[in-house]
Design a protein around this ligand. Structure first.
Ligand SMILES: Cc1ncc(COP(=O)(O)O)c(C=O)c1O
Length: 361
């Protein structure tokens, strides 16, 4: 056994030191004092109304265009219950978020992966698939994608919307990392460009923390009402207590300074990761994101992720299974590196161990 310190490049969790614990305590006390009866009670399945109103104002939409849920992932589950029959076609980026792939598989969706490039989905591949058949929806993570770190260009966003209009399918835009841009210019959200075509989902998991389970969807009131019915049949109403606390925290104006704090914490970690890759692994192909939680590597020719992962574990370096992000094969040399929960010196040491492992193999 090794006595090296363990380093985990596994799940994309926030840094524990980012959690605004004191502010959440104050917000909880205040939320209970002001809304105690409402947030300890069952309520409408669309969510705690003051929180939905706050989200609507923040996002520039009407309150009936907002649905809140216990985290955002489960809202995809409810969407699948409402929209999908076994065998229905769903497009995803390849690679894509592994938990959504698992969920789609559980609903027996026919999943087709559209190859992802550094600036978003390969449009020629998307068009070729559309000529065969249109999907029920295209699940897309346009900003600082999990797992690759890629951000979709404005040009591709516009083309994807044109295609969605032409072939009549829904865009499911998953944007939990969108607010975490450390540099560069924001691209327009699909929902802003095409609200009629898009169901936008996001989350406070990466802003406050995943513990309270606060997620939301923006979309057409009709579809959200159907999704809320599936939610009601599952849990009656979402956690009003957690959402009441999140509401109070937002109402106090704490979101913007928290985002700035997160950027200050995470930007140097991204830089540490890129610097270490450039110095230890210049022959690996890395994505170079401007924000978010992840970057990804394509290992040099001949190196296989599965073997690298096993060998890295003997150096107490823990990596996630790159293959799990690919809906229909591929990814033999793909590695996702979530850097946010690691200090810069751990990142440097982790990449150094990774480069040693790859060289040895
Ligand atoms: C792309 C993406 N979508 C959804 C989620 C889950 O978010 P939530 O905690 O709101 O369910 C994650 C979490 O890592 C994610 O990366």
């Amino acid at each position: 056994m090794t006595d090296l310190q363990p380093i985990y490049f596994t799940r994309g969790v926030p840094a524990t030191e980012s959690f605004p614990i004191d502010d959440v305590i104050d917000s909880a006390v205040s939320a209970l004092k002001q809304h105690g009866a409402a947030i300890l009670q069952y309520g409408p399945s669309l969510g705690f109304t003051p929180f939905r109103q706050w989200l609507a104002e923040w996002q520039g939409v009407q309150v009936d265009q907002v649905l809140t849920g216990n985290g955002s992932l489960q809202l995809v589950e409810f969407l699948c219950l409402v929209m999908l029959q076994p065998g229905d076609l769903v497009f995803v980026e390849s690679p894509s978020y592994d938990r959504t792939l698992t969920l789609l598989r559980r609903h027996k969706a026919n999943i087709v992966g559209i190859r992802l490039e550094a600036d978003g989905p390969d449009i020629a591949a998307l068009e070729a698939e559309l000529k065969k058949r249109a999907p029920k929806f295209f699940y897309i993570i346009p900003d600082f994608q999990n797992p690759s770190g890629a951000t979709c260009s404005a040009e591709k966003r516009r083309r994807i919307i044109e295609l969605a209009d032409q072939y009549d399918f829904l865009l499911l835009e998953d944007a939990p990392y969108r607010a975490l841009r450390y540099r560069g210019q924001e691209e327009p959200a699909l929902f802003k460009l095409a609200p009629h075509r898009t169901l936008h989902m996001s989350s406070f998991s990466k802003l406050i923390g995943p513990g309270p389970r606060v997620g939301y969807m923006l979309g057409s009131p009709d579809l959200l009402t159907k999704i809320a019915k599936a939610a009601e049949d599952t849990y009656i109403s979402p956690s009003f207590l957690a959402h009441g606390i999140a509401y109070e925290w937002c109402r106090r104006g704490l979101l913007v300074p928290q985002i700035e704090k997160l950027k200050g914490l995470y930007a140097p970690r991204l830089d540490a990761c890129l610097t270490a890759i450039d110095s230890y692994m210049p022959d690996a192909q890395a994505t170079r994101p401007d924000g978010g939680f992840f970057l990804s590597l394509t290992l040099p020719d001949g190196a296989q992720t599965t073997a690298v992962r096993a060998a890295a574990a003997t150096r107490n370096l823990h990596l996630s299974d790159g293959l799990a992000f690919f809906p229909d094969g591929g990814g033999d040399r793909f590695l996702r590196l979530p850097y946010c929960a690691l200090a810069p010196d751990e990142i440097d040491e982790g990449i150094r161990r990774l480069s040693e492992t790859v060289r040895e193999l």
